[in-house]
Every structure is written in structure tokens, then in C-alpha cells.
Design a protein around this ligand. Structure first.
Ligand code: SF4
Length: 418
């Protein structure tokens, strides 16, 4: 196979893979032993394209041939596009070459479905196996699991990959039925369930036997496509919450639908999901996982959509003004975490620092609290901030006005430099 053909395949198959956003590589601790190649560890850095997508891994499809016809996917069988397929050895060679040149830190490998789930999954597993066993490659490997693949192949995949993921694709079963009638939700749930159990089992085994092999040490994740079907943010977050709780997922990735195909079931070609919706969903996701919020505190029947103007924590605070002001020198950690402008790290610092002295505005600023937002919701040692009986809506307007004038000021300063 000549270099020109490989480059052509790379162009086709890397381009087709860009719609999958679930490629963050943190959370694995694969050590480099026996002078192998690479070292996947916490802190692998990522670079992002302009639209915020991760590019630090070699991110490709094994093939964009597919027997399925999912309406939202460029690789669907009825889409008239150039098709290509790598051989197992070609992917292995590319990964090793790119790694040696320092272009990448690992591999993110997904695929269209060649013939059936097992046939495709077996090839994905072979790539990972060859990299680990023949090249002693210790870089990060994220494999997409093909829904419907056998337990045996999933088990083997877990022995060589750092992370495995099964894409849910649509937030609800109804959405999946509408746009991907060949697919079945249960075919996604079964491998997730299998992986969850296997990861728990292998962790227990590792406690007893130090030499027991690693099994998907960076866990499993999934991706949902937002905006291809009309689900509300409430439905999206409820679904994410269900999968976090029941399948021990490390991450749910929210991918705004990019209109690439005309189909009456899909949004029009000239409409696209605003990037800010993705961002708000990630913020809400963060609140559920690290800040102790329940889904229905963030979105509910009355308010099924996230406010795109402000972050969801600020949104919750202005709907719950009766919970404020919070005395920063007395409140418990859980309540401090709910104050807009106070992040996880700052909240812990506050709780430690106030053991020694009562905290003032200045100290809070030094700790890293964003006072432009927090000051409306807290009291501390210094004089109370003049809240003047502001309503939640007043506060929202003040914060928005301030952030806008800051933006204008920054832009003007930058323009003055030229
Ligand atoms: S199965 Fe995957 S690759 Fe095939 S059409 Fe559906 S989303 Fe695209």
C-alpha cells in the first residue's frame, strides 16, 4: 500500500471520526514497563480545535463503510460519499509512527459496521492487541464498542484498551427509533452492563492478586447527540443521570448535532445547535457529579431548558433566593458549593481557611472566589454587600451587564494594541 493511498484513507477516516466528541484521555494509569513505547497517565494533555473538539489522539475510524442507515450520520449506508477502510496493520503502523513523531499521545478508534457487530469489533480489538503485545505500546487507547458485539470480544477489548465506550447516540429510545431504526437501545445497554460488572470484578481481583491484568482502567463513557431530535435539556440530563447511576460511567459527552444531511426527520441544514447549549449541558453535568445537585433542581417540568445566558448554578440560585445569603464563615461545605462564583477548589479552601480566622472579601478574592457573582449571595467578615432587596432577575441583569462591559473593555484594550 503506497503512502498516497494511506494519506487518502487518513483524510477520509479522520474526517468521518470528527463527529465523535468522546475522546478525552484522562483517568488512566498505565505504566511504562519493560522499556515499552509511551506512557498513558493522568495529565495527558489535549489540544482542541477551534470548535472545542479534542485532537490530541489519533482519532480515526477503521472504516466508514456501514451496513446501517442512521439518519444523523455521514457514514450512513445511503449517503453518497467516498468510502475507505484501514487494515488492522495500517492502523497499528500509523499509531506507532505518529507516536514516535510526537504527534499524538494515543489512539481513539471507532468504526462503521462492516458486516456485523462481531466482525467489526474483532478488528478493533486486534488493533489494540497488536499495539500492546507486539509493540509494547503503553500509550492511551480508547476503543468504541460496537453495540451487539459478543461478551468475549468486549472482555478482550477491556484487556487492551484504557477506555471503552458504547455510544447511546440519542438521549431517548424514541429518538433512537426515529433516526436509527436499525439500532436497538438494548444492544447498547447490554455491553454497558457487561463492562460495568467486568470492571468491578477485575478491580476486586486486582486487590487480591497484584499481577491480575488491568481491565479498561479509565472506565467506560458514552456520547449523546443533542439537537438532532427535539428532546429537552431535562430529558437529556435525566438520561445522563440514569446512565451515570446505573452503569458507573466516567463521562457522558454531549455532542451538538452538526447538520450534514437533508432528511425530513432532521433539523434543517442551515440550523445548528449553538455551542453554548453543549457548554451549559457540561456545566449541568458537572453540578450533578461534583456539586451535589439533583437533575430536577437544574431543570424540571416548569423549566425544561437550560438558560443559555447564564450558567446553571447561577440559574438555580436566582430561582432560590430564599436560600441566600450564605454566611461563608459558618455554612456547611454543601451549601458553599451552591454559591455562584465558588468552585470546588475554592469551597474546600474556604472551609480550611476559616478554621484560623473569619474570612473577608479580600481573603475570598485571594482564594479565587469570583466575587462579581458570589457577592450577591454571601456574607462574610467585611460589611455586608448592599443587596438592596434585589430580585433574582435584577441580579441576573447586573451580572450579565457586568460581564458584557468586561467583554467590551477587553476587546477595546486588545484593539488599542494594534
Ligand atoms: S452505525 Fe454508526 S457508523 Fe453506521 S450509520 Fe449508524 S452511527 Fe453511522
Amino acid at each position: 500500500m503506497n503512502a498516497e493511498r494511506i494519506t487518502e484513507k487518513l483524510n477520509i477516516l479522520a474526517d468521518a471520526a470528527k463527529y465523535d466528541v468522546s475522546c478525552a484521555s484522562s483517568g488512566s494509569k498505565r505504566k511504562n514497563e519493560n522499556k515499552g513505547l509511551g506512557n498513558a497517565s493522568n495529565g495527558i494533555c489535549h489540544s482542541y480545535t477551534e470548535d472545542g473538539r479534542c485532537v490530541s489522539l489519533l482519532k480515526i475510524l477503521l472504516t466508514n463503510h456501514c451496513i446501517f442507515d442512521c439518519a444523523y450520520c455521514v457514514s450512513r449506508k445511503n449517503n453518497d460519499i467516498k468510502r475507505a477502510a484501514f487494515t488492522v496493520q495500517e492502523v497499528v503502523d500509523l499509531t506507532i509512527n505518529f507516536y514516535r513523531r510526537n504527534y499524538i499521545e494515543g489512539l481513539f478508534l471507532s468504526s462503521g459496521i462492516f458486516k456485523d457487530a462481531d466482525y467489526t469489533m474483532e478488528r478493533l480489538v486486534r488493533v489494540a492487541k497488536k499495539l500492546r503485545t507486539e509493540h509494547n505500546f503503553n500509550g492511551y487507547i480508547h476503543l468504541k464498542s460496537i453495540p451487539g458485539a459478543s461478551d468475549e470480544l468486549m472482555r478482550e477489548a477491556g484487556l487492551y484498551a484504557d477506555r471503552l465506550s458504547v455510544n447511546l447516540e440519542m438521549p431517548t429510545e424514541a429518538g433512537l427509533k426515529l433516526l436509527a431504526p436499525d439500532k436497538n437501545r438494548q444492544d447498547m445497554i447490554d455491553p454497558m452492563e457487561f463492562l460495568k460488572n467486568e470492571i468491578i470484578l477485575r478491580k476486586e481481583e486486582k486487590k487480591l492478586f497484584k499481577n491480575a491484568p488491568l481491565f479498561a482502567p479509565a472506565g467506560q463513557s458514552t456520547q449523546v447527540i443533542i439537537g438532532a431530535t427535539p428532546e429537552s435539556d431535562q430529558q437529556v440530563l435525566q438520561s445522563a443521570n440514569y446512565f451515570y447511576k446505573n452503569f458507573n460511567l466516567k463521562r457522558v459527552y454531549y455532542s451538538g448535532y452538526v447538520p450534514v444531511l437533508a432528511d425530513k426527520r432532521l433539523p434543517a441544514l442551515n440550523t445548528s445547535v449553538p455551542m453554548v447549549r453543549e457548554n451549559r449541558l457540561y456545566q449541568a453535568d458537572w453540578l450533578m457529579r461534583f456539586y451535589g445537585f439533583e437533575v430536577n433542581e437544574i431543570v424540571n417540568e416548569q423549566q425544561p431548558l437550560l438558560d443559555l445566558d447564564i450558567d446553571p448554578k447561577l440559574g438555580w440560585a436566582i430561582r432560590n433566593m430564599q436560600a441566600f445569603p450564605v454566611d461563608i464563615n459558618k455554612a456547611d461545605l454543601q451549601m458553599i458549593l451552591r454559591v455562584p462564583g465558588i468552585g470546588l477548589l475554592s469551597a474546600h479552601k474556604i472551609v480550611s481557611a476559616r478554621k484560623f480566622a473569619k474570612l473577608s472579601w479580600e481573603q475570598l478574592r485571594k482564594i479565587g472566589v469570583a466575587l462579581n457573582r458570589a457577592r450577591y449571595f454571601i456574607t462574610c467578615k467585611s460589611n455586608e454587600f448592599e443587596r438592596r432587596d434585589l430580585t433574582g432577575n435584577n441580579i441576573k441583569q447586573f451580572i450579565l451587564a457586568e460581564s458584557q462591559s468586561k467583554y467590551i473593555k477587553n476587546t477595546q484594550t486588545q484593539l488599542n494594541l494594534f
